[in-house]
Write a protein that binds this ligand. Structure first.
Ligand SMILES: NC(=O)c1ccc[n+]([C@@H]2O[C@H](COP(=O)([O-])OP(=O)(O)OC[C@H]3O[C@@H](n4cnc5c(N)ncnc54)[C@H](OP(=O)(O)O)[C@@H]3O)[C@@H](O)[C@H]2O)c1
Length: 285
């Protein structure tokens, strides 16, 4: 297991007394909606000190200093993961699906555990994550809110109790800028239903219906997606049987719920042995 890492500035400046009491955190996607929420959540008195701040190589913010609640942090925004990860205790990723694999490899090289909050990554990235998890602890959390982790457990319980006689439809709504669909959370809820029924989601998922369609396939799971305005994130799982309907809904109204959950998960990762983990593991302890 890695010894506790004394925080130090990514730019080689001596760490402040406050930094010495806290853990050095690197954020991939610092300039984005979630990156900015993380900075605010850290300022609420978390055990973390910002140590490295990564944006895309094309970001107009490269070279600028990160500010937390208007106060400078001494951390410059960069695009070089290896440099930012030197001396870090843990990293969190809220960037772009296509960048996740490379970020995981950089963390494995630097021996820094990683929380992956980013969604929309492909099978190749999944393989890169599994390979990196042989060297470091990686927690993949398409949704870091505690409420959604509870929702997932309730959905699995309902799927098991109700069986395939109940049709399952999953709907989700997000803001107009979201890039992947259905959301990583909707897919993970679908996986929870499929697993409870002993099925694999790709075999039973229905992502599109348009025009004249065949009748609903027994045991299939339908997904519907809304992209509009500034919706932070809403998910409903419907179980519809003959004569009754059960709907379980989660609504996020503030990104801070994801940011606080991410910091809680990052703190949980600090002493973990290598392996792939999920939010359920965080809630167990
Ligand atoms: N797990 C959860 O609970 C949760 C909650 C909300 C969102 N998410 C997911 O988190 C991700 C980010 O969401 P968001 O709303 O914050 O997105 P966003 O506002 O578009 O921010 C994306 C960030 O990623 C950076 N970025 C883009 N390409 C990159 C690359 N190749 N390497 C490094 N950084 C790169 C961007 O930098 P520049 O634009 O400055 O170049 C920006 O800082 C999405 O996948 C979203 O679905 C997860």
């Amino acid at each position: 297991m890695r010894p506790p890492t004394p925080p130090q500035s990514a730019q080689g400046r001596p760490a402040s007394p406050a930094a010495r009491r806290s853990h050095a955190l690197v954020v991939f996607g610092i300039t984005g909606r979630m990156g900015q929420s993380l900075i605010r959540a850290m300022a609420e008195g978390s055990v973390f000190q910002l140590h490295g701040a990564i944006a895309s190589p094309e970001s107009p913010r490269l070279g600028q200093e990160c500010a937390a609640e208007g106060r400078p942090t001494g951390v410059m925004i960069g695009a070089d993961a290896a440099t930012a990860l030197k001396g870090a205790a843990v990293a969190v990723d809220f960037s772009l699906g296509s960048a996740v694999g490379a970020h995981a490899e950089a963390c494995a090289q630097a021996d820094v555990p990683l929380l992956v909050g980013t969604t929309g990554f492909d099978a190749a990235a999944r393989t890169q994550l599994a390979r990196a998890a042989e060297r470091i602890a990686i927690l993949v959390a398409p949704n870091t809110s505690v409420g959604v982790a509870v929702l997932r457990g309730l959905v699995a319980q309902a799927a098991q109790a109700l069986g395939e006689g109940y049709d399952v439809e999953i709907s989700e709504a997000h803001h107009r800028s979201k890039r992947d669909a259905p959301s990583g959370t909707a897919l993970s809820l679908g996986e929870a239903v499929a697993a409870a029924r002993g099925r694999a989601l790709p075999d039973i998922a229905v992502y599109e219906r348009h025009g004249v369609t065949a009748p609903r396939g027994e045991g299939s799971i339908g997904f519907s997606v809304i992209r509009a305005g500034d919706i932070v994130g809403e998910h409903t799982v419907m179980f519809a049987g003959g004569g009754e309907r059960l709907e379980i809904t989660h609504r996020a109204s503030d990104r801070m719920t994801f940011a606080r959950g991410a910091l809680r998960a990052a703190a949980w990762l600090l002493d973990r042995p290598p392996g792939l983990y999920g939010m359920q593991d965080v809630l167990k302890t």
